[in-house]
Design a protein around this ligand. Structure first.
Ligand code: HEM
Length: 620
């Protein structure tokens, strides 16, 4: 009996192995480029990582949109067409919702527990839920819109000051944009800025250094990812050591942030505890930690904060830099965008974030920028968790997916003249995707959770830069050479000449006052100082601005009615009354929640109510 059982088991095993082998022979596998070098496979294709998207286009042009590569011992699927992308991110979405277990993601990514590198499963789902409900959902973004407004205004003021201080009106735009996105993210995450007016906090400096060091360790891959035996022979030690050294500093930076918020939370429990609107992300996570300490460990909190800082800053700032560069090269598009903003927003108020939805051409510019220069030209790698079929080919479990988004979005078979900047091609397109031909934020379960926020920040910032300044390239030809390093960067950072728009000057003065208001906790001493500087700058409006100073003084005395009156008087005296009235109205709305002073809905109402005297003497 026992012998029989053994015999049947052996027969079963042999036929199972044979069937698998035979079936494998008949399964259709994707083409593989020649040559496949023993052990190295196709690693030679990665010899110029900065231009990897273009190198891989040459491969797909030759072998088709679905290609199998061997990166060392790692089986890799290269996808370069919209229909194959649809197979991966729609028909096999769950199967490809995994990420490969790369060494850097283990060391830097808290042992694969961060939102970006966690395998598809409950931990990843929880991260996505928290990120969405606490900062990235439309509701949360709406509640946090003040942060973005203040930071974009502060950027505009910073550029203005650059000129007012008599410095050359040429600006390298990217550092200012990176500070903007860092400040926005940091305020949402930890309730504080990293960069202030002409000052860089200790944290700002530390974060910049760490970001550089992260770039220097060479992105996500190391040799050990392609040759598993390296680990056993100890050949990957140097790379791992470098990664660990950066991680130790990064972890300390993040732990300091968490500890600081923990301390604040304890101090402020009574004031802030019950008002979730005022809690920052770390404080919310620490709240969850107190109810479920074994799940919400400090490492989980730090991992989420790290990825949000990494994914939410460089991406949006690069996109804005590319958009400005493209507009400088294409004045006809730049003028069309200016016209759209001036027609919808006008010249008597600054653009607001809510205006963006009414500026379709600006939206087309952003789409066209992200089509030509996608922030992630190659999607972060996915990995199949089961066998599946892509483009009619059999793809085994454990295959790493390399999706060449740049190739799809610049495919001449799909896009007419893909290398030409033509925002008009997106006119009448609904939303931020065109099937699988244009998906700068990815698609499916693993797509970007920050899309909503990125669209707002990029649109609002670009709109403000166009409305407030006249831009011009500081070189004869804008340089468009690109390189891939975490995101798609300009090799030569954009330098642009700018000039504040005359008609926007008064409003920009308002900005100065407003940013002082928020920067110094609404301390009117600071506002007064700012106004003194404004008076000096704006000879034409000296009278009006003097009145504004009276305004401050009245306010400091607590005389709110007199303040309101002085604002209107200042408006009447100004050569640009709407501007000063706007200042008053904006300032009133800033202090409103503190003093409960009635806010006038709209500048025009103020002017209409108080019949403007013809001689503009300001006396009523
Ligand atoms: C213009 C700006 C941005 C672009 C073009 C962009 C694009 C992308 C893309 C293409 C992916 C990969 C999708 C995939 O693997 O299939 C991604 C992932 C991600 N993005 Fe963004 N992103 C931007 C801004 C942001 C912002 C502002 C945040 C957060 C504040 C953010 C957070 C993330 C996170 C956490 C992931 C990983 C998602 C996961 O693995 O589940 N991104 N983004």
């Amino acid at each position: 009996m026992d012998e029989n059982l053994l015999f049947y088991a052996a027969i079963f095993l042999v036929s199972y192995i044979l069937t698998k082998k035979i079936l494998h022979k008949f399964q259709k596998h994707p083409p593989t480029p020649f040559p496949t070098i023993p052990i190295l496979g196709h690693l030679y294709l990665l010899k110029n990582p900065a231009q990897i998207h273009r190198t891989l286009v040459k491969v797909s042009d030759r072998y088709g949109p679905v290609v199998q590569l061997w990166l060392g011992f790692r089986r890799t699927l290269l996808v370069s067409s919209a229909s194959a992308a649809e197979d991966c991110l729609y028909h096999n979405d769950i199967i490809f919702a995994n990420r490969p277990r790369l060494i850097a993601a283990k060391i830097i990514g808290y042992d694969y527990t961060t939102i970006l590198w966690a395998p598809y499963g409950p931990l990843w789902r929880n991260h996505r839920r928290i990120a969405a409900t606490e900062i990235l959902s439309p509701h949360r973004l709406h509640l946090l819109s003040d942060i973005r407004t203040e930071e974009v205004r502060s950027l505009v003021k910073g550029i203005n000051d650059h000129e007012a201080e008599g410095r050359d009106c040429t600006l390298e735009i990217k550092p200012a944009l990176l500070e903007l996105t860092n400040n926005i993210m940091m305020r949402m995450i930890a309730g504080k800025r990293m960069y202030g007016e002409a000052v860089e906090t200790e944290e700002g400096k530390r974060f910049k250094m760490l970001f550089k060091e992260l770039l220097a360790i060479g992105g996500a891959f190391s040799a050990g990812d392609f040759f598993p035996f390296f680990k056993y022979l100890g050949l990957n030690k140097a790379a791992e050591k470098r990664c660990k050294a950066v991680f130790v500093k990064l972890d300390k930076f993040l732990q300091d942030l968490v500890d600081e918020q923990r301390g604040k939370l304890m101090e402020e429990e009574d004031h802030v505890g019950k008002n979730s609107k005022k809690k920052n992300l770390i404080q919310v996570l620490l709240g969850l930690q107190s109810t479920d300490p074994s799940y919400f460990t400090d490492d989980i909190i730090k991992g989420l904060v790290l990825i949000l800082l990494l994914t939410g800053t460089e991406t949006s700032s690069s996109a804005i830099e590319w958009a400005v560069a493209l507009l400088l090269k294409h004045p006809e598009c730049y003028n069309k965008a200016k016209k759209e903003i001036h027609e919808y927003v006008g010249r008597d108020r600054l653009i607001e974030e809510q205006d963006i939805q009414h500026l379709p051409y600006l939206h087309c510019i952003i789409n066209e920028t992200l089509r030509m220069y996608p922030v992630t030209p190659i999607l972060p790698p996915h990995e199949s968790s089961e066998d599946c079929v892509v483009g009619g080919y059999h793809i085994p479990k454990g295959t790493m997916l390399t999706l060449n988004l740049w190739a799809i979005q610049n495919d001449p078979k799909v896009w007419d003249e893909p290398s030409k900047f033509k925002p008009e091609r997106f006119e009448n397109v609904e939303g931020d995707r065109v099937g699988y031909q244009f998906m700068p934020f990815g698609s499916g379960r693993r797509s970007c959770p920050g899309e909503n926020m990125a669209t707002r920040v990029v649109g609002f910032t670009l709109g403000s830069l166009i409305q407030c300044f006249e831009w011009e390239s500081s070189e004869e030809e804008v340089d468009f050479e690109e390189k891939v390093a975490v995101s798609m960067l300009k090799v030569k950072p954009l330098q642009a000449k700018f000039k504040p728009h005359n008609e926007m000057l008064d409003l920009q003065f308002c900005l100065g006052v407003l940013s002082e208001v928020s920067e110094f906790s609404r301390s009117f001493v600071a506002v007064k100082k700012e106004c003194d500087a404004l008076i000096y700058k704006c000879k034409a409006d000296v009278e009006a601005l003097k009145c504004s100073l009276e305004v401050m003084e009245e306010y400091q005395q607590g005389n709110h009615e007199a303040w309101d009156y002085a604002v209107k008087k200042a408006a009447f005296k100004s050569s640009f009354p709407e501007g000063v009235a706007a200042l008053g109205s904006l300032m009133l709305s800033y202090v409103d929640d503190e003093v409960n002073y009635p806010v006038k809905e709209d500048v025009k109402t103020i002017l209409e109510e108080e019949k403007v005297p013809d001689d503009k003497t300001g006396e009523n």
